[in-house]
Design a protein around this ligand. Structure first.
Ligand SMILES: *Cc1c(COP(=O)(O)O)cnc(C)c1O
Length: 371
């Protein structure tokens, strides 16, 4: 995940500097946790849930073990399972569709918008039928999905709306923070995410108290009281050590997003005159720039060139989930979702992290310009 910076190279992501700057405060909080003896779902988790809910602008938040679980528990809490269809984007990390499948429902893949890389509402609308139970948009790379249009579709057809905001903590759709717009909002704190911890973590936001109560039960083995179980749940709990770090990092999240945004501005200024497409920002809202992903007509040549010069990069995403082997039985063929197919052949994510310097952006852009 992280690489050491080489003299001429630029790492895709570097967290060492951030770790050094937070280490003292985090370690002292870990000492208190050790002294208290409360390691799982303790006061730091409860405080973080409140602080995160307030930040997102949602009534409740439930911390879980990771972002994948946030999706799985959301689907379960909204009673989505066998026989149900959930319309989602195939241009995402596998966990989005995997969560739908592991609860026994069927992912239905819609096409994406060429500029935003997010679900195309018209393509979603065309796939709604009697089995559809939910729409699951992904705020891909930190760029908010078209929530106004998707919410209208959900309301019109009586569907649940579940936001995969794993890459988008702090992104905004209009003035609303993502995660506050659906029935649930699902976040990941995997270290590479906008708000990342130093381990695994996840969170679900919701406005609905009944859903919150069900989530609290599901994350702890379906227990209604100690040793009392009325349904099958999961062991999906956040620990105090990660929650303590997340509280520290949430306090400086606005600074981190501003720093990411600055890096994106530096890139835009240097790359916009080249024969490539820079990331589209929302007309009304805020991109959290978890990733800075360009489209390039000679992506594979660019990638090889960057690798040769030790410029970190990632192919997010090389193949639409509709064409993954595991979903062969769903019967999608290349060309069924033409925008996804095209975008998968042209996208490349460049290095971006809050501590990245303008000189590092220069180095990356010089190498990009050589192709
Ligand atoms: C990271 C990610 C997830 C899964 O989160 P984990 O914490 O790794 O389980 C889900 N969806 C998207 C879009 C992601 O980027």
């Amino acid at each position: 995940m992280t690489q050491q910076a080489t003299p001429q190279g630029v790492p895709y992501l570097s967290l060492q500097q951030e770790f050094s700057s937070l280490q003292e405060e985090w370690f002292s909080r870990i000492e208190s946790i050790g002294a208290s003896g409360a390691f799982i779902l303790g006061p730091n988790v409860r405080a973080f849930e409140q602080e995160a809910a307030a930040y997102v602008g949602s009534e409740f938040a439930v911390a879980v073990a990771n972002g994948t679980d946030a999706l799985v528990l959301s689907l379960r809490a909204l009673d989505i399972g066998p026989g149900d269809e959930v319309i989602t984007s195939p241009f995402t990390f596998f966990a989005t569709a995997e969560a739908i499948s592991v609860v026994g429902a069927t992912p239905v893949f819609a096409d994406i918008d060429e500029a935003s890389f997010n679900l195309d509402p018209a393509s979603v609308a065309a796939r709604i039928n009697g089995h559809t139970k939910a729409i699951l948009p992904v705020h891909i790379f930190g760029n908010p999905a078209d929530m106004a249009a998707l919410r209208q579709l959900a309301e019109q057809h009586g569907l649940k709306l579940i936001e995969d905001a794993a890459q988008a903590f702090g992104a905004r759709s209009g003035t609303a923070t993502v995660g506050s717009l659906g029935d649930t909002g699902c976040f990941s704190f995997y270290p590479t995410k906008v708000l990342g911890c130093y381990g695994d973590g996840g969170l679900i936001t919701t406005r609905d108290e009944t859903v919150r109560d069900r989530l609290l039960k599901l994350r702890n083995h379906g227990a209604t009281a100690p040793f009392t179980h009325d349904e099958l749940g999961y062991n999906s709990r956040l620990d105090e050590v990660q929650a303590a770090l997340l509280r520290i990092k949430l306090e400086k999240l606005e600074q981190d997003i501003a720093a990411r945004s600055q890096v994106a501005d530096w890139y835009d200024a240097r790359l916009s005159s080249l024969d490539l497409v820079t990331p589209r920002r929302p007309a009304d809202g805020r991109h959290a720039f978890n990733l800075y992903t360009i489209r390039h007509p000679r992506r594979d040549a660019l990638r090889a060139h960057l690798n040769e010069h030790k410029i970190g990069n990632s192919q997010c995403y090389p193949l639409g989930l509709h064409l993954q082997q595991i979903y062969a039985e769903l019967g999608y063929r290349p060309g069924d979702l033409p925008v996804v197919d095209r975008v998968c052949g042209e996208t490349l994510s460049l290095p971006i992290f809050p501590a990245m310097t303008e000189e590092q952006v220069d180095t990356v852009c010089q190498r990009v310009a050589e192709i």
